[in-house]
Structures are given as structure tokens and as C-alpha cells.
Write a protein that binds this ligand. Structure first.
Ligand SMILES: Cc1cc2nc3c(=O)[nH]c(=O)nc-3n(C[C@H](O)[C@H](O)[C@H](O)COP(=O)(O)O)c2cc1C
Length: 192
């Protein structure tokens, strides 16, 4: 069972990365194999709306998104992590989301399990989750929920609270990883 984590923060070693790593660690403990992509140093152009992918299912922009397409296709579960930037996802997350337009026609993500991890200082995390869930659903993905971690400076989420008042940020991220593995497992049993 392959679980892919994508960290869409431009800040390496930041709160989103800490949370996604925690989710993937819990996913491994629950029996998954994991892969981590850090977009901070990657070159991922925004979608240029050329529409070529509607005809042939591939994106003509040859940048680091091509590797992410491959990893998305291999994964059974995906944990997409983003910081909140002005009540929205990061520009890096939005570029990746838009570029997955190329996977839509062929329904390449359909049936994969998806979850979101959101790092925020104070406001907008719930709003960002509610942007990400319909994005997953448009792709026909099965939404395994999401987690929030509060923190401002790099590393703050290690002491931060989660979106659920009873959980710390790290506990909430770990629960996301476990939920993704559990859902992939249930789906693979029901498909046999
Ligand atoms: C451009 C920018 C916009 C931000 N907008 C928000 C916001 O709307 N709400 C919020 O709670 N935090 C906001 N923040 C704070 C980050 O979400 C927060 O520091 C987060 O932990 C960063 O995650 P990272 O360490 O993975 O980059 C913003 C930060 C930046 C740099």
C-alpha cells in the first residue's frame, strides 16, 4: 500500500513538512509504504490553460510536475499538505492542483484515498480544508478527512494544537496518516 505525502510549503523543514512527516510515520506504523515530495525546491509552473491535456491526457509543460504525475499514479493514498496563505492554499499547492487537470479526463486519480494537512498561524485552516475536499472529490478520490496544526514559526506545530481541541497538532496529523491507511485497506478488501 503506497501512501504519497506532498508538502506544498515553500519553507523547508516548516510546519507543513513536520505534520506531513508525522502523518507518513503513522501511515508506515499502520502498514503503509510512504513517499514524500517536498515542493520547496521544485520547479512547478502554473497551468497555462492551453487545453492540450484535454486531448491527450498529458501536460506539455515539462517541469518537476512530471515526476509528481508519476508518483500520484503509483499512490493508493495521498496526503496533500499546505500552509494557509491568506485564507487559501499556498501558490505551490494551487499550481499542483491546477496541473492535475491533465489527470482528470482519464480519471487517473479516481478511487485513490486523499487527505489534507493544513498548517496555519490562526485563521483560515477550516476554509482551506473545505477548498481541498471538493478538489479531491472532483477527481473522484475518496476523502479520508484532514488535519490542522497551528503554529507560526518553523517548528511551532510540535507544541501546537490541532483543529480538534482534544488533539495536539502532531496527534491530529498522525490520525490522518492512520485513517488513510485504514481506508485504503478497506477499499482494497471490498474490491477483491
Ligand atoms: C504569505 C503568507 C500568508 C499567510 N496567511 C495566513 C492566513 O491567512 N492565516 C493564518 O492563520 N496564517 C497565515 N500565514 C501563516 C502560515 O500559515 C503559518 O506560519 C504556517 O505554519 C506556515 O507553514 P510552513 O512552516 O509549512 O510554511 C501566512 C504566512 C505567509 C507567509
Amino acid at each position: 500500500m503506497r501512501i504519497l505525502g506532498i508538502v506544498c510549503s515553500p519553507r523547508k523543514g516548516g510546519n507543513t513538512e513536520i505534520l506531513v512527516r508525522a502523518a507518513l510515520e503513522a501511515a508506515r506504523e499502520a502498514g503503509g509504504e510512504t513517499e514524500l515530495i517536498l515542493v520547496a525546491d521544485m520547479n512547478i509552473a502554473p497551468c497555462d490553460g492551453c487545453g492540450a491535456c484535454l486531448k491527450n491526457g498529458t501536460c506539455k509543460i515539462k517541469d518537476d510536475m512530471q515526476m509528481i504525475y508519476e508518483q500520484l499514479e503509483l499512490a493508493e493514498g495521498v496526503v496533500l499538505g499546505t500552509p494557509v496563505y491568506f485564507m487559501n492554499v499556498s501558490a505551490q499547492a494551487k499550481a499542483i492542483m491546477d496541473r492535475t487537470y491533465a489527470l482528470l479526463g482519464g480519471r487517473k486519480l479516481r478511487g485513490k484515498v486523499a487527505a489534507a494537512i493544513v498548517a496555519a498561524r490562526r485563521v483560515g485552516a477550516g476554509e482551506v480544508l473545505s477548498l481541498l475536499y471538493p478538489y479531491f472529490m472532483v477527481h473522484g478520490m475518496i476523502v479520508a478527512g484532514g488535519g490542522i496544526g497551528y503554529g507560526m514559526e518553523k517548528g511551532d506545530v510540535r507544541q501546537g494544537v490541532g483543529g480538534s481541541p482534544s488533539l495536539s497538532a502532531l496527534e491530529e496529523a498522525r490520525a490522518v496518516g492512520r485513517n488513510v491507511v485504514r481506508m485504503v485497506g478497506r477499499l482494497s478488501k471490498s474490491r477483491k
